[in-house]
Design a protein. Structure first.
Ligand SMILES: *Cc1c(COP(=O)(O)O)cnc(C)c1O
Length: 974
């Protein structure tokens, strides 16, 4: 029984009516206090000192932008949208399958803020839990594929295949090869994404039956799909050997569930394996988010795209995990990067890895066998009923072309079942065939239903079908099978009772610092509140259980959700059109640049290929530009951190006839509103270029100014930053692009869905609406905040940032400020002088913050030797003060080093972070006390977050790369 609310009615109504006050950390008293400290009279006046007058426009967005509302009201409205989706049983396959998310994973992982509010594990000492889960993921993939190096997830199967193509292309760069051969049995969305990615790089894609591949020394790689779209399985050994004869790399897109039974493709000699782990417990969610994988041979470990978790040792010699080989990444390599993955799909990879932990090798095998047997029974039914089947070996899918296809589809519809419509992309009324893909959820009842449908459609009686032979060799004749024990590592074998499983999950998550512990003041990443009411709807079946290629009359709710979001985001940014397809900011950049490129081409400007990028830009900017076929020309920044307008004018002039675009982050990555953004845009337009605005910093702009109004042509938004999608420990993300009217017709499309412009750039992601399943989060945020609430959020975000800048400036100088001495929504603290005076590096402070119970701000970006702090509007004054006091206290410790009161090397900063083990050890031989080490703030004696390991040695781990778990045997030897 719920306890009756004893509050007065008026107060209750207030609680119900205002989500805004829950989202924003500073109440009006705190706001006034901050304004006072900063010497400002009121918020609007304060904001007008920050945002340049010629772009400030706080009038409410025109058109139908909602007013804010309560959680209950927004949930009610979203419920009405959700029920317009019609959840049927989808046996469509094509890379998306029904799956049973174990209830324990749903409850303890997917819905656990300890997992979903964590940040990318850069601060490894307080991220050991998800690093271990990702290490398990890499181990799982490595064991499945037989390839030793697996990354910690990619965005989706289609982009993973494109990454494989890029890797093969880069490896063969010197030999001038440009042909990439693709299996005609490839998934249609994979082919579409490959085409989009190949074109700007000058790669020539050829599609055919693999045995007919014309292999020669112009071919740099091939892609096979096993099992194929049609369901076909075959032994690729001869095709692999022939490809290797001409030095072409072999990539295979695989189904992880089939791989459970099949010989690991690595054993057959393939160079790269990619695929999606969606069917390992991750809901279909209308296309995403899901984790893709990418595994390869040892020799390509430096070329592998995405994050790689590796084992190293900590300062006490204990094993510890961290992100390995980071110099491969676009952050470092910029325009030399061969891939561009920043936000990946960590939360989904974690779910899939726990699915494998939950089921273990034998559980996975039972599921795969079940699917295989039902498929074999279905095939028998079809044959017995007289349907004509192409003879081939299959795993889970059967495709049938038949005169009565329409009848089959109709009867299936009556039974609430969606079948694949053949040919792909045809409407049901034009169906010439049907396809059926079984999954984990298939049971005898489902088979009986299908049997009945198929019999009725052909007008024959149902006869029971004898299954005579159920051994694997006869179900998969002439296919190389898995013969050795696999997945013998302890993690996959010790946690099968739910009690053990729960404790394992809890043991891991307890090692991770997330928003449940304190602020994560990460500059540029906007780690704001991820409200429970925003998150709750993603678990509703109407959103989570839809197949992305279900008949469109079943996804009306999603269509409405997409339309609402597109129109709201367009209104907020001042643009005319939006595409929600990109799965990350970096993908949005790539999509936006392709849109610009397509526009230039449509005007006959084929030669426009120069992209101007300020040196302060995020590493994804130059990497995206190169992927889009552009040449990067850097623009310098002046001493205030602004784009050097003279240099811009000079470079724009010099490249005038080839100028394609400028990429500019606004407010700048230095955290200030450059006063002359309009002039910047004008210069670019004058020379025929387009302005691409990196909107990662939109949290300073929403409701205050609109990129589309002050001169930008395209911008991407990070819904996982500004619009409340949680970071998930490094993904999922959503990176939609918004474009001006003249660019709408080039928005990305999809081969199996109606979306994008009429001259669209093709598909960017596997699913038509990208990570559709998490769009309800941003919808809820926008709906509950309303235009006025959003404007307040941006304003308070800037108030909080300036409050911190003001308090810390006397201790750590704020590096860049705007004209009036104010920053925007984040501030850069200059720590470089501390190196000279006390030998203290930025990392020492980042690690020492862990002892104080904080996650470090952004380290050494965009300026080396600095910290970039972004508090967001969601943090309370108390938390802002707690952070400031921790930083000030650390400054006092540094002072003690300066004065010689602390040893220069053996001090609490250099030896941070301090583990429970270290401070409770028998021996303590450090020249500072244990209390000083572990409890620098008095209140920590009651509430202390312990780093799981001491400072990790990154170089050691890179020299001795270990990126999957030991097996039991090896384990026992330790
Ligand atoms: C986060 C960020 C990006 C990239 O976004 P992802 O979703 O991680 O790909 C690009 N630019 C800036 C300034 C960012 O902060």
């Amino acid at each position: 029984m719920p306890v009756l609310d004893k509050k007065p009615v008026a107060a209750r109504i207030n609680v119900l009516s205002s989500f805004l006050e829950r989202h924003i950390g500073l109440n009006s008293k705190d706001q006034n206090q901050c304004l006072n400290v900063l010497g400002h009279a009121d918020l609007a006046q304060f904001i007008s000192e920050i945002v340049p007058a010629d772009i400030l426009d706080s009038s409410p967005p025109k058109g139908s932008f909602p007013e804010g509302c309560s959680e209950l009201q927004a949930l009610d409205e979203l419920r009405l949208i959700a029920v317009q989706n019609c959840v049927r049983r989808s046996l469509i396959g094509l890379g998306y399958h029904g799956t049973a998310t174990p209830a324990a994973i749903h409850r303890y992982v997917l819905e656990n803020p300890g997992w979903y509010t964590a940040y990318t594990p850069y601060q490894a000492e307080i991220s050991q839990g998800r690093l271990e889960a990702l290490f398990n993921f890499q181990t799982l993939i490595s064991e499945l594929t037989g390839l030793p190096i697996s990354n910690a997830s990619l965005l989706d199967e289609a982009t993973a295949a494109a990454e494989a193509m890029s890797l093969a292309f880069a490896i063969n760069k010197s030999s001038d090869r440009s042909r990439f051969l693709v299996d005609s049995d490839v998934l249609p969305q994979t082919l579409a994404v490959l085409r989009t990615r190949a074109e700007p790089l000058g790669i020539c894609l050829e599609v055919s039956e693999p045995r007919l591949f014309e292999l020669n020394d112009e071919v740099f790689g091939i892609l096979l799909q096993l099992p194929g779209r049609s369901g076909k399985l075959w032994d690729p050994s001869d095709v692999i050997a022939k490809s290797h004869n001409v030095d072409a790399l072999v990539t295979v897109a695989i189904d992880p569930l089939a791989q459970v039974l099949l010989a690991p493709v690595g054993d057959l000699g393939v160079d790269i394996a990619v695929g999606s782990v969606q069917r390992f417990g991750v809901p279909m969610a209308f296309g995403g988010p899901h984790a893709a994988f990418f595994a390869t041979k040892e020799i390509f470990k430096r070329q592998i795209p995405g994050r790689l978790v590796g084992q190293s040792v900590d300062a006490d010699g204990e094993p510890a995990l961290r992100l390995a080989l980071q110099t491969r990444e676009q952050h470092i390599r910029r325009d030399k990067a061969t891939s561009n993955i920043c936000t990946a799909q960590v939360l989904l990879a974690v779910i899939a890895s726990f699915y494998a932990v939950h089921h273990g090798p034998s559980g996975l095998r039972s599921i795969a066998l079940k699917v295989l047997r039902f498929r074999a029974q279905l095939e028998n039914c079809l044959i017995q009923l007289g349907y004509s089947l192409v003879k081939m070996v299959r795993f889970d899918t059967v495709e049938v072309f038949a005169d009565n296809a329409l009848e089959v589809h109709k009867l299936a519809e009556e039974e609430g079942v969606n079948l694949r419509v053949l040919p792909l992309g045809a409407s049901v009324n034009d169906a010439k065939g049907f396809g059926i893909t079984f999954d984990e959820l298939t049971d005898q009842k489902e088979l009986d239903t299908l049997h009945k449908i198929l019999a009725n459609a052909i007008g024959k009686p149902i006869e029971s079908v004898e299954i005579t032979n159920f051994n694997l060799e006869s179900l998969l004749p002439e296919i190389p099978l898995r013969t050795k024990n696999w997945l013998t590592q302890p993690a996959f074998n010790l946690h099968h009772s739910e009690t053990e499983f729960l404790r394992y999950i809890q043991r891991l998550v307890a090692q991770d610092f997330s928003l449940i512990h304190g602020m994560i003041p990460l500059g540029s990443c906007t780690m704001k509140l991820n409200a429970a009411a925003e998150l709750a709807p993603i678990s509703w079946r109407e959103f989570s259980a839809l197949h992305p290629f279900a008949p469109i009359d079943q996804s009306k709710g999603y269509q409405k959700l997409v339309l609402d979001l597109e129109s709201w985001l367009a209104l907020l940014t001042g643009f005319a059109g939006v595409s929600l397809q990109p799965n990350a900011g970096s993908q949005g950049e790539f999509a936006g640049l392709l849109v610009i490129r397509a526009w230039h081409k449509s005007r006959g400007d084929f030669h426009r290929n120069v992209c101007l990028i300020p040196t302060s830009a995020h590493g994804t900017n130059p990497a995206s530009a190169v992927m889009a076929g552009f040449k990067v020309v850097p623009i310098t920044c002046d001493e205030y951190g602004n784009i050097d307008l003279e240099d811009l004018a000079k470079k724009a002039e010099a490249h005038s006839s080839q100028l394609a675009a400028l990429m500019v982050t606004y407010p700048s990555t230095h955290g200030v509103f450059e006063p002359r953004i309009r002039d910047i845009c004008d210069v670019v337009h004058l020379h025929g270029g387009q302005v691409y605005l990196d909107g990662a910093n939109l949290n300073a702009q929403v409701g205050l100014c609109k990129p589309g109004s002050y001169g930008a042509d395209v911008c991407h938004l990070n819904l996982h930053k500004t619009f409340c999608i949680p970071h998930g420990g490094g993904g999922p993300g959503v990176g939609p692009i918004a474009v001006a009217a003249h660019l709408i017709s080039y928005l990305p499309g999809h081969p199996l869905a109606n979306c994008g412009g009429n001259q669209g750039i093709g598909a960017i992601s596997a699913a038509p609406f990208g990570s559709a399943g998490i769009l309800p989060i941003s919808w809820m945020y926008l709906r509950m905040m309303g235009a006025e609430g959003l404007r307040q959020a941006s304003s308070i975000a800037m108030l909080s940032a300036n409050y911190i800048a003001h308090r810390l400036n006397p201790f750590y100088p704020v590096l860049f400020k705007g004209l009036k001495g104010l920053v925007a929504h984040e501030c850069i603290l200059d720590l470089r002088p501390l190196k000279k005076i006390a030998g203290i590096e930025v990392d020492d402070i980042a690690k020492r913050l862990m002892d104080y119970g904080f996650h470090a701000p952004t380290v050494s970006w965009p300026v080396a030797g600095t910290l970039m702090v972004e508090p967001t509007e969601s943090e309370s004054l108390e938390e802002l003060d707690r952070f400031c006091e921790a930083m000030i206290s650390i400054r006092a410790e540094i002072k003690a080093i300066e004065l010689g009161d602390f040893d220069a090397l053996d001090n609490p900063l250099k030896r941070a972070p301090h583990t429970l083990g270290a401070v409770t050890a028998e021996e303590w031989d450090r020249p500072y006390s244990r209390a000083k080490a572990a409890f620098p703030l008095i209140e920590q004696r009651k509430n202390k977050f312990w780093p799981a390991v001491a400072r990790i040695d990154n170089a050691y781990g890179d020299r001795n790369l270990v990126c999957s778990c030991n097996t039991f045997e090896e384990f026992n030897e330790l």
